[in-house]
Design a protein around this ligand. Structure first.
Ligand code: ZN
Length: 248
């Protein structure tokens, strides 16, 4: 016996047919990315903080990730005795003013010249950074021409002592004018640190017996004036002062 569809079955079949025909008409474009709808926020943004971050990190900070300086196979410069100096030409009598040219100005923070200093972040160099915030960053700030001799010296130190000693920077740029006696008149203080062209160096761990050799290595690395100041090795460069480039 063949059963015939009743009326409800006919209606169901018609609905199914209609649904199938509608489905067949739908075209889904899978290649198009979904469109995200951005709804404008209706809330008010929070008020801008009134605290102004200072100092702004304006000097360019250079992260040293690799060093490949060409190292002279041997630095044959004799150890620099206590309070003795040596210049790029090998002279023990030439002054720093002659070898590295005189200081031009005191570079103040947040000035045009200050913004042209560079900060060096090299994990293989120890930076003392004993000054209080915000001046603690000044030990990593220096004239850009300082970077090459410093990188060469760092490599020379590592080669000299097979990694047993690291190069440490105890002072570089100094806006606090702390390289003169505290009782001196601030406006007449004189040091190439004040424009980022001088740097004070030690070994790490500290070993003053090594500073004569450290100073010799600094001369080999390309610093224009090096002096063994007993508690550290002071080195400076002959480079265009940032003061003159900014008209300060
Ligand atoms: Zn110094």
């Amino acid at each position: 016996m063949i059963s015939t569809p009743n009326s409800s079955q006919k209606i169901s079949a018609a609905i199914l047919l209609l649904a199938l025909s509608l489905w067949a008409c739908v075209q889904v474009d899978l290649s198009a990315p979904p469109v995200s709808v951005v709804v404008a926020p209706t809330f008010q943004p929070p008020p801008t903080p009134t605290v102004t971050p200072w100092p702004t990190p304006t000097p360019v900070v250079i992260q040293i990730v690799a060093q490949s300086p060409v190292i002279d196979p041997a630095c044959t410069v004799p150890d620099v005795a206590s309070w003795q100096s040596i210049t790029a030409s090998g002279s023990y009598t030439e002054t720093e003013r002659s070898a590295s040219t005189p200081m031009v100005c005191h570079i103040k923070r947040d000035t045009c010249a200050y913004n042209q200093l560079v900060g060096i972040l090299d994990p293989s160099i120890v930076f003392k950074q004993e000054e209080e915030w915000p001046f603690d960053t000044e030990d990593v700030l220096m004239h850009p021409a300082m970077l090459n001799p410093l990188a060469r010296l760092n490599a020379l130190v590592q080669a000299e002592w097979n990694g047993a000693y690291q190069l440490r920077v105890t002072d570089a740029y100094d806006s606090l004018l702390e390289h003169d006696p505290p009782e001196s008149e601030p406006s007449t203080r004189y040091s190439l640190h004040y424009e980022g062209r001088a740097i004070d160096l030690t070994t790490w761990p500290v070993d003053r017996n090594l500073y004569g050799r450290l100073c010799a290595l600094a001369q080999c690395a390309g610093f224009d004036y090096v002096e063994n100041e007993v508690t550290h090795c002071h080195a400076s460069i002959n480079a265009n002062s940032l003061c003159t480039q900014c008209g300060e």
